[in-house]
Design a protein around this ligand. Structure first.
Ligand code: FEO
Length: 170
């Protein structure tokens, strides 16, 4: 069954939102590099890769459903954060917003009786739980490490070990 015009528009909007997420985390990665936090810079670079994978998952699915992919301008991301804590606060806020967008997509898929899309989007619903939990956990650790440079250094090393593993979406 061909995808509805409304669902097609929602997928295109979410592709843009995921590309924006990628851009935002790449910006954080660059700022972390400037703050000499190489591990955190690595973590956000991997997060960028994840977001590109999220966008590509939606894009490929839209193709599979016979929809038309329309790429639109990506908003410029913020470029200044005073600390790693500020970056992760922003990450938590941002991921909560993305969860809202995914939930709206699922609601629309339900309205449109698009059972295939509901099933496909289930992966994103679960992924958002992970994304929010991880960002929240790191924010908590950073807060604990505040005023303890040694602890921050150790945490930075730990985050430097993150590697990108392409997710199997859908
Ligand atoms: Fe693609 Fe961070 O959600």
């Amino acid at each position: 069954m061909a995808i509805s015009t409304k669902m097609e528009a929602a997928f295109n909007a979410q592709i843009n939102a995921e590309m924006y997420s990628a851009y935002l985390y790449l910006s954080m990665s660059c700022q972390a590099q400037d703050l000499k936090l190489k591990g955190i810079a690595n973590w956000f670079k991997v997060q960028y890769d994840e977001e590109i994978a999220h966008a590509m998952g939606l894009l490929n699915y839209l193709h599979d459903r016979g929809g038309r992919v329309i790429l639109t301008a990506i908003e410029a991301p913020r470029t200044e954060w005073e600390s790693a804590i500020a970056m992760f606060e922003n990450t938590c806020e941002h991921e909560a917003k993305v969860t809202g967008l995914i939930n709206e997509m699922v609601s629309l898929a339900m309205e449109e009786k698009d059972y295939a899309a509901i099933q496909f989007l289930d992966w994103y619903v679960k992924e958002q739980v992970e994304e929010e939990a991880t960002a929240d956990e790191i924010l908590g650790e950073l807060r604990l490490a505040e005023n303890a440079p040694g602890a921050l250094l150790m945490l930075d090393r730990e985050l430097g070990a993150r590697t990108f593993v392409a997710p199997v979406i859908g």
